[in-house]
Design a protein around this ligand. Sequence first.
Ligand SMILES: [Zn+2]
Ligand SMILES: [Zn+2]
Length: 325
Amino acid sequence: MFGCNPSLNHDKSYQMITHSAEVRLVAYRNERIVETELSDAKNGKVVWSPKKSIWVTVMYIGAVMGGVLTFSIEALVVFVSTMLVTLCLGHSLGMHRKLIHQSYGCPRWLEYVNVHLGVLVGLAGPRGMMQTHDMRDWAQRQSECHDYFSHQQPMLIDAFWQLHCEVELDNPPIFKPELSFENDVVYRWMEKSWMWQQLPWAIVLFVAGGIPWVIWGICVRVAVCVTGHWLIGYFAHNEGDRDWKVEGAAVQGFNIRFCSLITMGESWHNNHHAFPGSALLGLEKGQADPGWWVLLFFQKLGLTWELKLPKNLPERQELVALKRT
Ligand SMILES: [Zn+2]
Ligand SMILES: [Zn+2]
């Protein structure tokens, strides 16, 4: 598959390369999304989500008011270190590359720990994250989809939609996770208690450093991560470099180079649209992927195995390599 992968340069014009005829190609589909005859990703309405909106507003108020009043270098260190751990081990490795895509193997306890760290990012519980991810992934692969899924509205409207609202499709597909996940008592508990999971850490931070550590380790961190998650999503579906096109999809992903370190590799989003099941996101030489580096380190310790690469995935009939000319 990588035989036809072009090297990177920054010319913006593209030329398509077709696959060789003898390779058996299959269309990628998400097994958890069950389409009905009526399923349609375009028609629906955006509605205010009280729970999401109040949660993020409380974090913003804590971050802005408390953050200014309690700033110190120590508090800043707490913010940066808790952010890096929850984004890397939690959001990228636990929630996204493991729970949602099963792109590598690891012991169950490590999966639970990392998904818990992912919950601490403050976006949703494990089931909520999986559903939001899978619905967006499905919608973006349809020929047309609602602007909510494609981030096509002006930035301020998109920010309000993504941070305070949700979309209600007129005819959504059915979201049906694997029974092993639905019946998992740990994940059921994590889903019910996702907001409260900040509390024990808030107590630890309070005991260790008082109110400033709680404000910076919880409120500022959650406010920054939730806002950053939206911003990356906005740009990763609007502008950047592309090496791949998903034929027939309403929305393409883009690679955002300058965000690769802070997003732990997640900003190689064009690569992710092309190879959703790959544990490696920075596919090309020079594409920094800190999440992948941690997976390799864990592999040395025997904590991760069977790290999937694009060559381990079925070839997709709808995937086209773009050669920049
Ligand atoms: Zn995407
Ligand atoms: Zn994904």
